[in-house]
Design a protein around this ligand. Structure first.
Ligand SMILES: [Zn+2]
Ligand SMILES: [Zn+2]
Length: 513
């Protein structure tokens, strides 16, 4: 089956080859004789998946008690099922067809299966068994977040078979950039679809599941924890509940940011937001000419906010930040939330807070280096080559340059963004190198601020300043970036051939891969 999907071979080809193999083998063999037989066999082996009905408008899923039995949406009153054709009477026992459906692939079965193969069983325990050289980080388990978690939950940490998970979300657009979803795009109703997963994670944390470790031939109780999510920047907003566009879009700086809206370009700019990350005695801090006109910087980088602080002081205080389960997938209305866009950008109480350990994690939502790196370099190249429509050096930005800066446009000197990304993404990181990276990136961004117009500095350029800190917390980047998942999803999407039911088609392909 794997060969078939890899080479896009026809089903009749599988029929013929299966038939041939069946004939070659000694008489009385049980090898399958056709594609159909093989597929049937695969289905008995493969993991179960659930089909869950969804409201047409993404308000809720018809899942769990008592929602499972509803026939109209409790928020928008849209019916659950398509009307039956009156001319054809429904035979008893046949199922009605819902307007929309999601597929859920339960996690526990997949984790259990990992311990059923000798090869993967030892790999899952590797994090607890490997030794790491002093000051080096080769795996997320060498990072601060992991160690902090293990200190807080020694009982969980003592069992090396327990699983540490990362959740990657990727934009799901099976038809390429031509885009179908439009009005029905899940956007802020993402939490609706995550509910089955969160409930399963809660149970995996509290009770675990019975599993069998084939390498030592032993039954054991398998528990799991979700360490963080990995996503591109817009999805990070959907997952965390902190809107990621506009002036307050940086989830580290939050309201303590110096970003501003450009008078002429009308965009948010992070120009001159990076001197605060430099050492206190750095000469750039006093410079009144090269950065924002007549501005000296004395403050330090933004204060780190713990999960408790966010949950109690921020989400607790702001009236109106609701959970999706309370208001429905489309119920989050920003302008009804006090202070939205001015002092905070919380649009929802994310479903992840329902995980009991989520508030104690030092890092919850990882930035994806892949997208940040790509956008950063796209911006540089487009501006340097002056690509029409994409350059950040337009008439408006020249006007802004005169308004905010006291300098003439400078020639480009050598800068080392490339070296920064190379060092940051190396396979193993030295703790002392990270300290250097922190200082260097602040300095590099300041150097860029001396060259490029304010409109160049959008949030992607700014986010790089937080990346070394994330590396320190979470460990090497290669375990927390999206390359892997993007490639896998691309592969799956290519194979999705039933355009009427794309999700189903992708799920089917997933089992064959
Ligand atoms: Zn609805
Ligand atoms: Zn920031």
């Amino acid at each position: 089956m794997h060969i078939k999907t890899n080479h896009n071979l026809a089903e009749t080809w599988v029929d013929d080859v299966s038939h041939l193999i069946h004939k070659i083998l000694p008489e009385g063999n049980v090898a399958s004789k056709s594609y159909y037989e093989t597929e049937k066999l695969m289905h008995t082996l493969s993991m179960p998946y659930h089909r869950i009905d969804v409201c047409q408008n993404n308000c809720m899923i018809y899942w769990g008690d008592p929602d499972e039995s509803l026939i109209i949406c409790k928020f928008c009153e849209h019916p659950r099922y398509k009307p039956e054709k009156s001319s054809r009477k429904r035979a008893s026992g046949t199922k009605r067809i819902p307007y929309k459906r999601m597929f859920y692939l339960p996690l526990s079965d997949r984790l259990k299966r990992l311990y059923l193969s000798e090869r993967t069983a030892s790999h899952i325990r590797w994090h607890a068994e490997h030794t790491c050289h002093d000051g080096k980080m080769e795996h997320p388990s060498d990072g601060k977040v992991w160690k902090h978690f293990q200190e807080l939950y020694p009982e969980f940490a003592s069992k090396s078979r327990n699983v540490y998970l990362g959740l990657c979300t990727d934009g799901f657009n099976p038809f390429g950039s031509s885009g179908v979803p439009g009005r029905n795009h899940p956007k802020r109703s993402l939490d609706v679809f995550l509910r089955p997963l969160i409930e399963e994670l809660q149970s995996l944390w509290a009770f675990g599941v019975e599993a069998f470790d084939v390498s030592v031939k032993q039954n054991f109780n398998l528990k799991a924890v979700l360490m963080w999510t990995i996503s591109d920047f817009p999805a990070l907003g959907m997952l965390s509940g902190w809107t990621t566009h506009g002036r307050l879009s940086c989830p580290y700086c939050m309201e303590d940011t110096d970003a501003f809206q450009l008078m002429h370009g009308r965009k948010s700019s992070w120009f001159d937001c990076h001197r605060r990350f430099l050492p206190p005695d750095h000469v750039y801090r006093q410079n009144k000419r090269s950065f924002l006109k007549n501005n000296v910087v004395s403050k330090t980088g933004p204060h780190y906010r713990s999960g408790d602080e966010i949950l109690e002081h921020q989400l607790g205080e702001f009236y109106g930040v609701q959970k999706t389960a309370e208001c429905g997938g489309n119920g989050h209305v920003n302008n009804q939330i006090e202070g939205y866009g001015v002092t905070h950008q919380w649009h929802k109480h994310s479903i992840f807070w329902e995980l009991p350990y989520w508030r104690t994690h030092l890092l919850r939502h990882c930035f994806d280096v892949m997208h940040i790196e790509k956008n950063f370099f796209d911006n540089i190249i487009n501006t340097l080559l002056n690509v029409t429509g994409k350059t950040k050096d337009s008439i408006n930005s020249r006007k802004d340059l005169v308004l905010y800066c006291d300098r003439k446009p400078l020639h480009l000197t050598q800068f080392d963004v490339g070296i920064f990304f190379r060092d940051l993404c190396s396979r193993s990181l030295n703790r002392s190198d990270i300290a250097h990276l922190k200082d260097n990136i602040a300095q590099t961004l300041c150097n860029l601020e001396k060259i490029f117009p304010p409109s160049f500095f959008d949030v992607m350029e700014h986010l790089t300043v937080h990346l070394p800190e994330e590396a320190e917390l979470g460990g090497p980047m290669q375990f927390r970036w999206m390359y892997l998942f993007e490639r896998f999803m691309f592969h799956l999407k290519k194979k999705a051939n039933n355009k009427a039911s794309v999700e189903g088609s992708i799920v089917e392909q997933f089992f064959i891969c």
